[in-house]
Write a protein that binds this ligand. Sequence first.
Ligand SMILES: Nc1ncnc2c1ncn2[C@@H]1O[C@H](COP(=O)(O)OC(=O)CCCC[C@@H]2CCSS2)[C@@H](O)[C@H]1O
Length: 372
Amino acid sequence: MLIQSSLKKCFPLYCVLKVPNAGLKCASKKGLILQSVSQDVYQNLALEDWIHDNMDLENRQVLFLWRNSSTVVIGRHQNPWQECNLAFMRQKGIKLARRRSGGGTVYHDPGNINLTFFTNRKKYERMENLKLVVKALKSLRPEIDVQATDRYDLLLNGNVKISGTAAKLGRTVAYHHCTLLCGVDKFVLSAVLKSPYSRIKSNATPSVPALVKNLFEEDPTLTCEMLMDAIAEEYASHHQISNHIVLINPADETEFPGIHMKARELKSWDWLYGKTPKFSTSTSFNIGQEQSCLEVKINMEVKSGKIETCSIDVPQFWLPLAMCDELKEHLIGSKFCPGETTAVTTALLRTCTDCKLHSKWSILCEKIVTLM
Ligand SMILES: Nc1ncnc2c1ncn2[C@@H]1O[C@H](COP(=O)(O)OC(=O)CCCC[C@@H]2CCSS2)[C@@H](O)[C@H]1O
């Protein structure tokens, strides 16, 4: 429920008030607490970018609170094929996002809160931010056992992770963002973070898997709203600023000029997949041949998300070398993705009039698509 800012006077100092967008212009010069009304990961990441690029963070600190619909968020230098189950995500409508900060892969849904702490470079202090979150949790549930680790995770009861951290350091400004697992779907979390590809070689940053727990499992009476409000209150009190949470809509181009373009870039194939560090993948599978089995080996090198080299090793008596070469030639230069590969191989299959060879080529093409 939105409360008019004129009601502010009626509330005690650190009771959180929520005001719509208009509050941004007249907001405190020293510090600001923003909360997104959108659960679209690309819009929210675009808003992070927008704040980073456009707001005066030299003399002002900003806390941004946001949640997303089902999404896997990979780090800036990661390989999505290596980190998650893309086929499962496509099937379930789970989004993929690549953030601008480094680090590992996490799963978001509305049961996960994200907190972004913007400061100037000098004031960038991840441990201080995490201590603030712990203090907020303790203000709600004094008995809760949450501690920050030296890799800036938050652990519950000393052994299960409830928060992961990443950061982006600019020349003059910086942000630290972290998650807070409140009530995410843990079955989906573990299913999406399991990659089906075991044979990818790359220098991409690997994630550090951990046992996770939701805060709601510890205390089912907590809610995301309660937790966000408690963190906002603690932030306001710590920075001695107004306890208003300004509700903002990252889809509002008038308020945030240029934000649509930022969101479009974050959603693009070139950013999501094309930014993957170069990798190679190898696979082998068997094809039933009358009473026996034939082994097929495929190796590919993928650069900027596109197939750079490709080798397909099948016995020549099964498929003539020339046909293998033709398939390879068509694949090289195309995107390492099921859509484009299906289009390429379908066009190629149309050129084959020999029924038997067509079906063999087709088996091969189908297998290649499942690799993606
Ligand atoms: N939502 C969430 N929160 C905490 N931990 C998680 C989550 N999802 C998965 N995991 C666990 O963390 C590891 C990966 O840990 P790892 O340490 O490799 O990576 C991170 O923690 C990155 C945190 C990024 C935070 C950003 C803040 C705003 S946008 S995303 C994964 O394999 C799971 O075991």
